[in-house]
Design a protein around this ligand. Sequence first.
Ligand code: ADP
Length: 247
Amino acid sequence: MSDYILETKNLVKEFRGFVAVNNVSLQVERGSIHALIGPNGAGKTTCFNLLTKFLAPTSGKIYFAGKEITREKPAQIARRGIIRSFQISAVFPQLTVLENVRIGLQRATGMSYHFWRSHKVLDRLNDSARALLGQVDLADFADERTVNLPYGRKRALEIATTLAMEPELMLLDEPTQGMGHEDVSRVTQLIKKVSAGRTILMVEHNMNVVSQIADKITVLARGSVLAEGPYQEVSRNAAVMEAYMGT
Ligand code: ADP
């Protein structure tokens, strides 16, 4: 079995001649937390979109657990266990927190809604949903309407609905964006906790978060990999400092 759960080889994405991702070769180690950082416009989102097949690469290859997946469709990618965190907009604000996770579970199993009429099935789904909420410290919010959740808790719910899909590789898109200090540290610890037994690739701007939990960092600038390594190394890299100062 490959040590790398995810690998890209010379990934390129051009938009009408503009090179947004330029020869990016990533190696994400199984079981690690890997951060993708870089100034605005570096190509981080485009990379994520290539990995989930939201976009097709212009050239280059993508491998998951040693198997080439470059030409697979988004649904196939998800079935393999590559799950991108659902954005807040993907949860139903008027439903309760528990109901939203239950829908995530229903999606994950492909179970049709009429099964829910069975009390046994519903009880089982509720138990699983409560267990997931416990994992993200949202058990006390289970019966709250989602619209009433504080922002930081909504992001935790997003992680719970992603966990419902049983990800092997979780892609988190700026999980602490727009949060106050307390929520940032709670979500940072949460990511560390849910990383047990799975791999996380995250785009993250907050260097404090990255320094605390990332095993490896890839720095992108203008579409290319500028530096790679643990935080201690990357943070001392002169080219990285310049790229950040220059924005
Ligand atoms: P980041 O997430 O690091 O801020 P992006 O991946 O969003 O960067 O964007 C990288 C570059 O590609 C930017 O210059 C952006 O304007 C450009 N870009 C992204 N998507 C498109 C698109 N669909 N069409 C044209 N240019 C795009």
